[in-house]
Each structure stands twice: as C-alpha cells, then as structure tokens.
Design a protein. Structure first.
Length: 175
C-alpha cells in the first residue's frame, strides 16, 4: 500500500543521508517538501534523522534561500513535475539529496523545467528513470542510488549495468 511505500522510501532516504555524514546528531537538516507523496517521503526521512538527533526543519516553496543547513533534502515534486520550479539557493557546503529526481526535471525526457537544485545524491525510487542517465539532467542528479523498495519485478525485467555495455559505449558520461 501507499503508506508502506512512503515509510520504506523515507527510511531509505534517511539511511542514505546518515551514511554520508560523519555524525547525524546535531546536524542541521532542511527538508523542502511538497504536498504529494514526494513530500511525504521527505517528512519520513526527516523524522528518521530527527530520531537520531538531527535538527530538522520543513519548508515549502516559494522560499528563495536556505541560509543554514548541513543537509538539504529535495522532496518537492519528484517524478510528478508539471510546471517550472525555482528551488531555493542553498549553502555551498550543504549535502543536497533529491528524492527520486531533482524537482523541476521531467523524469521521462530529462527536460529541465525551471531552476532545480544540483543534487549530490539522488535516491531513485523503484528504478532508474531516463533523466538519471541523460544529459543535461544527469548532471543535476549527482550520484544515483536506486532504492528498490522491495517491489518485486517481473521476470521479464532486467537492469542493464555498466559492465553489460563496456564494449559498446564510449567512456564519457554524456556520450
């Protein structure tokens, strides 16, 4: 069900953030939330980190700047983008984590709609989307971590990995 998927997704995002920090306790986390499931995932991730001692604030758009944060979680829209979005300016040294895809990027085409954040890490829910691997949108995704959420895939599905294409593609990311 939807609640179980939100709980799993948020917990995965929380763990991905925690793994990239020296310590969670006392870390300043700002979660930029939307009203849909992506925002719900962000709230669960924020609670996961708060339970471990992080100081978590939730903000909504429009906000133009986030002045103090060690971590910024983009939980505005994810794959449901339907209009240009302007994300806030964030501190240069903040770890930026996007849930599913940076908000403002069309997951199917990679089209940039507005001014998305450039994520250090994007936690892709269920599977990779085209925008995770196509330029210019892949640049905004940073490191992509796929969270399967324990959703079983039919036997007819398979993931193509780098090793499968080693003899076929060139070595530059945007080739």
């Amino acid at each position: 069900g939807g609640d179980a998927l939100v709980a799993r997704a948020g917990a995965v995002v929380g763990r991905v953030v925690a793994e990239r920090l020296d310590r969670v306790y006392g870390t300043r986390v700002v979660v930029v939330v939307g009203s849909g499931l992506n925002g719900a995932d962000g709230r669960v991730a924020g609670q996961y980190l708060a339970d471990r001692g992080a100081k978590v604030d939730y903000v909504t758009l429009p906000i133009t700047r986030i002045d103090r944060a060690d971590v910024v979680i983009d939980a505005v829209v994810g794959i449901g983008v339907n209009r240009p979005l302007v994300m806030p300016v964030v501190p240069d040294d903040a770890l930026v984590v996007a849930i599913d895809i940076p908000s403002g990027i069309d997951p199917d085409t990679g089209e940039i709609r507005g001014e998305p954040l450039v994520a250090d890490v994007t936690v892709a829910m269920g599977a990779l989307k085209y925008a995770h691997v196509l330029e210019p949108s892949a640049h905004y995704c940073g490191e992509v971590v796929v969270a399967t959420l324990d959703i079983p895939a039919p036997l007819t599905c398979a993931m193509v990995e780098d090793d499968d294409l080693a003899d076929v593609i060139r070595t530059q990311r945007d080739d």
